[in-house]
Design a protein around this ligand. Sequence first.
Ligand SMILES: [Zn+2]
Length: 366
Amino acid sequence: MNHSALSLAMAAAMVMALGTTVAAQDFSVDVTASSLNVRNGVWGSKLGSVRNGQSFVVRAQSQGWYRIDWSGREAWISGSYASRSSRPIVEVTASSLNARSGPSTGNSILVSLPRGQRYVRLDQSGSWLKIQLDSRQAWIHGDYTRAVSGGATPAPSPTPSPTPAPAPGGSDLAGLDVALDTGHGVTGSGDFDPGAVNRFNGIREYDLNREVGFRVRDLLRARGARVSLNTYPSGSVRRSLFQKGTVARGHDLFVSLHHNAFNDSAQGAEVLVHKTKTTSSSIRLAQLIQDRLVQRIFAGQSRYDRGVKRQSLGVLSGAHSQISTAVLVEGFFLDPSNVTRAKADQWVEAEAQAIADGIATYWKTR
Ligand SMILES: [Zn+2]
């Protein structure tokens, strides 16, 4: 690294004023989610997605998100689904460098990379370097790059930030034990219940519930919590709603995951607690999650805040037969025509962040 300490400090000061923190030294991360959306900003539009095990270089951080170089442009991924690694990093030194499908000029050009971009080096063949370009691997000529780090000795992880997000792999939730329940699936009669279905595109509630569950589980585990996620695919042992709730036994809290449907036009989030068996801890957890759902999915617009509601629900009754803290989340209405797969995908991610953050805040302020 040849940056002067002064210019680094000035750059850091300038971007910190905007809420973004430059990494003291770029580092590589490995994607840990089965599929992770790549966006054009923090909570921005989706550009594409990357997969478990793919590696990128973190150039800056903001609100727990990482800015990476991606297919010739800048992009953002959630830091909650990326773990720090020590892979070798190369920087483009030509003003424009072709990334190709193979290690020779006879291979097709995938994209042209601007000077200064950094990618993880995966392999080498003669003078050619294999990099993780986006969701694809590509080859660039090594003469127009320089090695930024060899990957042998990863630097410690200084992430100076005025309001630091918990580092992936942290342990601020150690001791917390959460039971997550995927709403719907196999029923007491043994049939498979998909829950609500969007009649325009076939999106099923059970699938959304499960997808949110995986993400909440991964987010909480990354912070040291123990999490069990129950799913009920077709063919699993028949269970009544009450029985599904009793898996709460031995855990600190129980969250059942659902998505609403009504008349193809209702919108908003709500969290339910049991009508008669609820407790002050359940209501506090419900409100913390509800506030964050409205904030994260609906940008804080109050008309989407359906509030915390009391209902006599079998799954919560079952949970309360075992423990004192149990809620049921209806993240958003899945039946309107404008809930496309892309929209649902975006909301599922926001919802998972909201639920995980609500649980974490509940636990840390208990
Ligand atoms: Zn449901």
